[in-house]
Design a protein around this ligand. Structure first.
Ligand SMILES: Nc1ncnc2c1ncn2[C@@H]1O[C@H](COP(=O)(O)OP(=O)(O)OP(=O)(O)O)[C@@H](O)[C@H]1O
Length: 314
C-alpha cells in the first residue's frame, strides 16, 4: 500500500491555480523529497494531504485512508512539522511536548523526545525565549510524538544551524530505518540529496518530475567527471583519452606532467569510465586514487525549473 497517493489533485484560490492536476505516489517506507521554488505549491499540496485545505478536484489517499472522510485517522498516524508552527510563548518546550503526548494519549517520555531533538537543558524554558532554530527543533519533536507511520515535514531545516541540520538528518534516517515514511518539502537541495530515496520537483503548481537523484542526473546531465590521481602523467595520455568515444574533455594537471598529478576526464556516459582508466594505465601511469564529480542536485533543479519557465517542460 502506498503511504501517499494523489490522483488529479488541483487547487484554485480564486484566480491562483496553486496546484494543477498532481498525480503522486509515495511508497510506504520511502524518504521522499518534495522540491520546488517559493510559490511552487508545496505547502498547498501538504495542506491537502492533511485535509487542512480541500482540493478543488482530485482524490487523495493517506495510509490507505481518504483524509476528507477520516481526518482523525490520518492525523493520528501522521506526525506533522508545519510551516510556521504556532507555539504558546509562556509554556515550556516540555509542556508543549506533554500536550501533544496527552492529545495522542501516548505514553512517550517528553524528556526523551526533547533530548532526541537536541533541546536538553532548555526543556523548562518558556518557548517565548527560544531562538528560531530551537522552535524548529521543538516542532520536530512534537511531530515525532506517538511514533507516526508517516512524517510530513514542511521545510524542516528552516532556521536550523549546521548542528540542527545534522540532527534532523539523523532523525529522518532513524525514522526511515524503523519503517516510517518521510515526506519532506524543501528548497535546501543538498539536504534533500543527502536523505531522500526519491524526489519530486514542483514548479508553478505543476509536478515536473519524480525520480531518484541519480535518475534525474541520468536524464538531465549524464556528464560526470572522473578525477584520477596518478603516479605519473604520461605525455600521450590526453591524446589516448581523446580517441575514446563518449569522452568529452580531458584536463591534465600540466604543472605535474611527468610526475604524480591529476587527470580529469569528462565522460558523457558512465559506461566509459573503466575504458578511460584502462587508457591511462596503458599510457604508463599507475592510478592511485579515483574520484567522481557529478552535477549537484542544485544544478539539476535549476535545469528543470529554468526549462519549465521557458515553456519547455520535460
Ligand atoms: N490561502 C491562499 N489564498 C490564496 N492564494 C494562496 C493561498 N495559499 C497559497 N496561495 C498561492 O498558491 C501558490 C502556491 O503557494 P504555496 O504556499 O503552496 O507554495 P510553496 O511551494 O509552499 O511556497 P513556499 O516555499 O514559499 O512556502 C502561491 O501563488 C500562493 O500565493
Amino acid at each position: 500500500m502506498a503511504a501517499i497517493e494523489t490522483n488529479g489533485v488541483s487547487k484554485r484560490f480564486d484566480e491562483t491555480h496553486a496546484v494543477r492536476d498532481v498525480d503522486l505516489t509515495v511508497e510506504s517506507g520511502e524518504v521522499f523529497g518534495f522540491l520546488g521554488p517559493n510559490g511552487a505549491g508545496k505547502s498547498t499540496t501538504i495542506n491537502m494531504l492533511l485535509d487542512f485545505v480541500r482540493p478543488t478536484t482530485g482524490a487523495i489517499s493517506i495510509l490507505g485512508v481518504d483524509p476528507q472522510e477520516q481526518p482523525r485517522v490520518v492525523r493520528r498516524r501522521t506526525g506533522v512539522l508545519p510551516e510556521g508552527y504556532a507555539f504558546y510563548d509562556r509554556l515550556s518546550g516540555r509542556r508543549h511536548v506533554e500536550l501533544a503526548i496527552d492529545m495522542y494519549e501516548s505514553d512517550d517520555d517528553p524528556i526523551a523526545i526533547l533530548d532526541r531533538v537536541g533541546l536538553t537543558g532548555d526543556e523548562d524554558t518558556a518557548v517565548g525565549t527560544y531562538s528560531k532554530g530551537m522552535r524548529q527543533r521543538l516542532a520536530l519533536g512534537i511531530a515525532l510524538v506517538d511514533d507516526p507511520d508517516l512524517l510530513i515535514l514542511d521545510e524542516p531545516s528552516s532556521g536550523l544551524d549546521p548542528n540542527g541540520i545534522r540532527t534532523l538528518r539523523e532523525i529522518v534516517r532513524e525514522e526511515a530505518d524503523q519503517g516510517t515514511t518521510v515526506f519532506l518539502s524543501s528548497h535546501v537541495l543538498d539536504q534533500v540529496e543527502a536523505v531522500c530515496d526519491r524526489v519530486a520537483i514542483m514548479n508553478d503548481g505543476t509536478l515536473l518530475t519524480v525520480d531518484t537523484v541519480d535518475g534525474l542526473r541520468e536524464t538531465l546531465d549524464p556528464n560526470s567527471t572522473l578525477i584520477l590521481s596518478v603516479d605519473t602523467v604520461p605525455e600521450s595520455v590526453s591524446q589516448r583519452l581523446a580517441e575514446l568515444d563518449r569522452v568529452d574533455a580531458v584536463d591534465v594537471d600540466a604543472a605535474s606532467t611527468g610526475r604524480d598529478g591529476t587527470i580529469s576526464i569528462t565522460c558523457t556516459d558512465s559506461g566509459v569510465k573503466s575504458a578511460a582508466i584502462g587508457r591511462v594505465e596503458d599510457a604508463g601511469a599507475t592510478v592511485t586514487d579515483i574520484g567522481v564529480e557529478d552535477s549537484s542536485l542544485e544544478e539539476l533543479f535549476a535545469a528543470y525549473t529554468d526549462s519549465s519557465s521557458d515553456g519547455e517542460r520535460r
